[in-house]
Structure formats: C-alpha cells, structure tokens
Ligand binder design. Structure first.
Ligand SMILES: Nc1ncnc2c1ncn2[C@@H]1O[C@H](COP(=O)(O)OP(=O)(O)OP(=O)(O)O)[C@@H](O)[C@H]1O
Ligand SMILES: [Mg+2]
Length: 259
C-alpha cells in the first residue's frame, strides 16, 4: 500500500517498505509501508497495535526486522541503534524517560553538542520558555507537560533531521496538550521532519494533515486529517472512537498546572 503523496518527486527522508518486525516468534509488524518527506506524518492506532514497535524497529532498538527502512536513501535494517541515531534520527520515547534526580539543565547538558548547529540549549529555552523557568528543577519536580517539553528539547539538541515522537500527549491534561501542539508546530517551522505516533486523533490532526492508521501491525488506512475527522464510521471501525469501550480521544489526564 502506498501513500498518495508518494507520487511527489521530493526525496523521502524516511522510506519504509515491506517491514516485518517480531519479538521472538511473535510477529508484530506485518508489511508496513510508510514514507516521510518534509511534511509531518502521524501514525495513529489503539493500544497494542504495534506503534512503539515501529519506533523501535526504525531506531534498531530490539525487534528483529525484515524488509527495508531507508533514511536519506541509506538502509537502516541491521544497523545498531547508535549508528542510526548518529545518522540523524531522534526518538522521544513513550513515557518520556526523564531522570528524577537530574535538573532540566543537566538533562540538556548531557546531549548538548559543542559545535555550530541549529539547536542549542539557548534555542531550546527560547522555544520552551517554561523549561528556562524550570532550569534548576529536578525531573521529579516537573509536571507531565514539562517533562514532555524536556524530552522534546533533549531530542532536538541532537539536531535530528527526523524526529520521532511516541505518544507525546499521553497522560497530559487537555490544556497542556494544546500547549504541546503549539510547540510541535514551532518545531516543524524550524524545518525538522516529524513522524508522530499518537492515539489522540485530535492531536495527530492538529500537527499533521497526513495520517496513517495502524491496526494489528499493518497500515490499514492512509488518509488526510480532514477526511478522517469527517468520517465517524471509520473512526469507530479502526480507532474505536465513539465505541462503548471508549477510545482515548483525549487521553488519560493527570492534574497539573498549565505550562
Ligand atoms: N519486548 C516485547 N516482547 C514481546 N512482545 C512485545 C514486546 N513489546 C511489545 N510487544 C507486543 O507487541 C504488540 C504491540 O506492542 P506495542 O507496544 O508496539 O503497541 P503500541 O501500539 O505502541 O501500544 P500502546 O498504544 O499501548 O503504546 C503487543 O501485543 C505487545 O504485547
Ligand atoms: Mg506504544
């Protein structure tokens, strides 16, 4: 299955073809085709569909892969994760992975590269002013939204050509999610390619016009945000939105102050 926009002539940043990924004998991804160019792409899907496995497959972080993942034309399958990161892909992991005992500044110092580059600590503090205010706070003192901003800032400091974000809105209160969307739009304006993984359709649609819906390890639908937002039957069929079981349309929330 190919995205309609693959007819465009621009060279893909990321091109995935026929990707299978398994843990032991469990085949999780089954023939994924996905292309990211300069415009953002969001992969959405319910719990357990294989979204994080896709992130880990791209980053060389565990699953055994068959098929092709090309980044700027270079094959990534079979390469170790440090080589993949060095080539210019950065993952903001699901759950953020912020250290409780390190301050905001220490988190950023750890990854700061001392050479001329687009993203510096000062630039991160400019884009996320709340992080500048919280510079000396430890990870354990940060709200969920602040931790997410820190996770994004940390990833940007590696100056990636492609940023992958795995469910950044998970666990955030709606007002904090709005702020997150605004900052992601600011990041995109800086020219970084983005593969966004989301369960929250409204966040995915606010950041990306191009959506791919993952169902049990496959891309079941490629569509535009506009089309999917208008199609409640498809939302219910593929994402469970509106079903009695309840899809996490706004995600679980925790109580925290707005950023
Ligand atoms: N390390 C692992 N070993 C074995 N199976 C795994 C492993 N990690 C994930 N799985 C299985 O792979 C499937 C997909 O999991 P994955 O975490 O990729 O889903 P997801 O779409 O990211 O879900 P969520 O929305 O809950 O984050 C699940 O059935 C899960 O149990
Ligand atoms: Mg996941």
């Amino acid at each position: 299955m190919h995205f309609i926009w693959e007819t465009m002539t621009e060279t893909p940043v990321l091109q995935i073809r026929g990707l299978d990924a398994r843990y032991g004998t469990s085949r999780i991804l089954q023939g994924i085709d996905l292309t990211v160019r300069s415009e953002p792409v969001a992969v959405i899907g319910r719990n357990g569909m294989g979204k994080t496995t896709l992130c880990h497959a791209i980053m060389g972080m565990g699953p055994i892969c068959d098929g092709s993942i090309r980044f700027d034309g270079v094959e990534l399958v079979g390469r170790p994760s440090h080589q993949i990161a060095k080539r210019g892909i950065s993952l903001v992991p699901q759950g953020r992975h912020i250290f409780r005992s390190l301050t905001v500044e220490e988190h950023l110092q750890l990854v700061d590269q001392r050479r001329p580059r687009r993203w510096t600590r000062d630039r991160v503090y400019q884009v996320f002013p709340r992080l500048a205010e919280r510079r000396q706070s430890t990870g354990s003192a940060l709200s969920g939204g602040e931790q997410q901003m820190l996770a994004v800032g940390r990833a940007l400091l590696t100056n990636p050509r492609l940023l992958i974000m795995d469910e950044p809105s998970e666990g955030l209160a709606p007002i904090v999610v709005d702020k997150l969307v605004a900052t992601l739009q600011a990041v995109l304006a800086e020219g970084t390619a983005l593969l966004l993984i989301e369960q929250n359709l409204s966040v995915a649609a606010a950041v990306s016009e191009r959506l791919a819906v993952m169902v049990v390890g496959r891309i079941a639908l490629e569509t535009s945000a506009r089309e999917l937002l208008a199609d409640t039957d498809t939302q219910q069929r593929l994402l469970g939105i509106g079903a009695a079981a309840g899809f996490a349309a706004a995600g679980p929330t925790d109580v925290e102050r707005p950023m």
